[in-house]
Design a protein around this ligand. Structure first.
Ligand code: GZL
Length: 322
């Protein structure tokens, strides 16, 4: 993460303050005052999301001085807005949001501001007045798309290549920005997009949409860009059922870097995986504590992401945390 040194030091600071806090302290989470945090999570759509939720629950634990009120919105934006309204009515100390979509946030965030409840964004960005939230912690989705696109340009860009795309949740920051990044990297290559549809970041929908692509285009498809591992993993079933060999007849590039994604890469079913680090909990908790304590925080903390080919996947898997 940018400012990682400072952030880790802050986390270290937080850990000391919260674990060694028997003497108590003024306000914030540094003493025995518990910080009550409402967390509006998207839902449980993917392996990435499960890892992110676990990371957040571990960081916002009672032993770390927090009381976490967790809401999973089943990927429904209206559920998230309702959850944030509820957090405001409960008078929480801070609100953390992983926004399903980028739009529709101004009104409820203005209510949080009027109630003097700080809002911190984790994972996904939103299109709202930046004065309505204290900070964002997450990954650079545009860069992830650029990295995936650069691999495609380098690997198949010089020969006529027909691509299909499994897009993430429509209107979500990762879907929007990964698409932007990918297309910026394949400009001027021989890669043609045959079709692009949302698979909602889920395996089930990734499989269904890929079945449709195969019925429509069959062996014309040379490349699949899946905007997350799970949709790519769902597509594997469809590709095999069509009698084709994933990783060979259809090359596959995905984003997330989950264990299952790297396993598919290590066995040759995927060809390239770009990481999107979901283990954001410690950083988010550190920023929340600093905001509660009235300390200055950065407007953005960006996680560092790797990218994997087959050899790198084989090397990383034995110690992969998620
Ligand atoms: C990315 C995250 C996306 C993942 C998907 O930070 O928002 O949502 O790529 C997840 O796996 O569902």
């Amino acid at each position: 993460m940018k400012k990682l040194g400072a952030a880790l030091a802050a986390v270290g600071l937080m850990a000391v303050a919260l674990t060694g806090c028997s003497a108590g302290g003024a306000g914030g989470g540094g003493g025995d005052k518990v910080i009550t945090v409402g967390f509006a999570q998207t839902g449980s759509e993917s392996g990435w999301r499960a890892a992110n939720t676990q990371s957040m629950k571990e960081a916002f634990s009672s032993k770390n001085g927090f009381k976490l009120i967790f809401n999973a919105a089943d990927n429904k934006p209206e559920n998230q807005i309702a959850a944030v309204h509820s957090f405001i009515n409960q008078g929480v100390d801070a609100i953390v949001i992983a926004a399903v979509v980028t739009t529709g946030w101004d009104d409820v965030l203005k209510e949080a501001k009027d109630a003097n409840i700080p809002v911190i964004l984790e994972d996904r960005t939103i299109d709202a007045d930046p004065s309505l939230y204290a900070s964002w912690i997450g990954d650079d989705f545009k860069k992830e798309g650029e990295t995936a696109g650069s691999w495609a340009a380098k690997t198949v860009g010089s020969t006529p290549t027909n691509m299909v795309v499994l897009e993430g949740t429509t209107g979500s920051a990762p879907a929007i920005d990964r698409a932007k990044g990918f297309s910026s990297s394949i400009g001027g290559t021989s890669i043609t997009t045959l079709d692009s549809q949302t698979g909602n970041f889920t395996r089930a929908d990734g499989k269904t949409v890929m079945e449709g692509f195969l019925q429509k285009y069959g062996k014309k498809i040379n490349l699949l860009f899946a905007q997350n591992d799970d949709m790519g993993l769902g597509a594997l079933d469809a590709i095999k059922s069509a009698g084709l060999t994933p990783g060979q007849d259809i090359k596959i590039v995905t984003i997330d870097g989950t264990k299952d994604g790297l396993t598919a890469l290590s066995n040759g079913e995927f060809n390239y995986v770009v990481e999107c680090n979901p283990l954001l909990g410690e950083q988010v908790a550190s920023v929340v504590k600093d905001v509660i304590d009235g300390k200055k925080v950065e407007k953005a903390y960006t996680a560092k992401d790797l990218a994997f080919d087959q050899a790198a996947a084989k090397e990383a898997l034995p110690t992969r945390k998620y």
